[in-house]
Design a protein around this ligand. Structure first.
Ligand code: DC
Length: 227
């Protein structure tokens, strides 16, 4: 693998189920980058709200976010909320239901974005979410927007849920994804959108490996001159 520079930011955005987490994680391993799952941070804040019985828009939640500690270990595989491992809890249906409402609160977003930018300043990073290419790292070296049809994204999510023994249907998961897309795209602050300089990748008929290889090829192509 080609050696890439000491500072590198690859930012990936896309809707739920577009494959960005799996793709980013694999690229992080292959290129030796720090992996930042930004959605996991909004999910951790949602866990905080549930634990403290706070609504998404309560001022108390904003205070909690300002003082809580959200940290990643094991290169992004484990997320700690105030030193407690919440990696499993952040994926539960109750968090899925509430997280888009938490993620639309501007004061919460600005705290989380500052945190993400601090992590990004540490060196070579691949970060994924909804506003990484537009708000968090507008000057990223590489920007990608991953997309896939709603049906395909629902199938992927269903397969994940079945692995966790969650009993649900494709129709239900598809409706949930559509509802989440709607919230992510129409919210007033940092809505999901495609950055003008992002490379769009439709992953509907692509395997994870194909997407990973495509992105790595793009990175290596442009990095040749700088190594
Ligand atoms: O990618 P995910 O499904 O784990 O994201 C969870 C929620 O957080 C989703 O509703 C979108 C939101 N989110 C966001 O608003 N900004 C990000 N950078 C990442 C996720």
């Amino acid at each position: 693998m080609k050696k890439i520079g000491s500072h590198l930011t690859i930012a990936i955005d896309g809707p739920a189920g577009s494959g960005k987490s799996t793709v980013a994680r694999r690229i992080a391993e292959k290129l030796g980058l720090l992996y930042l799952d930004s959605g996991a941070m909004y999910r951790a804040v949602t866990v905080l709200a549930i634990h403290h019985r706070l609504t998404a828009d309560s001022p108390e939640l904003i205070d909690q976010v300002k003082t809580c500690r959200i940290e990643f270990t094991d290169n992004g595989k484990t997320i700690l909320l105030n030193d407690k491992d919440v990696s499993v809890e952040i994926r539960t249906p109750s968090v899925n239901r509430l997280v888009a409402d938490v993620a639309k609160i501007p004061e919460i977003r600005s705290e989380i974005v500052k945190h993400q930018q601090r992590i990004g300043s540490e060196g070579r990073i691949i970060a994924e979410g909804r506003d990484l290419t537009t708000i968090v790292f507008p000057d990223a070296d590489f920007k990608f927007y991953l997309d896939a049809s709603v049906r395909e994204r629902a199938k992927r999510r269903l397969a994940e849920l079945r692995k966790q023994d969650v009993d649900t249907t494709l129709e239900f998961v598809e409706a949930e994804i559509q509802e989440r897309d709607e919230k992510d795209i129409t919210r007033a602050h940092s809505p999901l959108r495609t950055a003008e300089d992002a490379i769009i990748v439709d992953t509907t008929d692509k395997t994870i490996d194909e997407v990973v290889d495509f992105i790595i090829a793009e990175v290596c192509k442009r990095e040749i001159g700088s190594t």
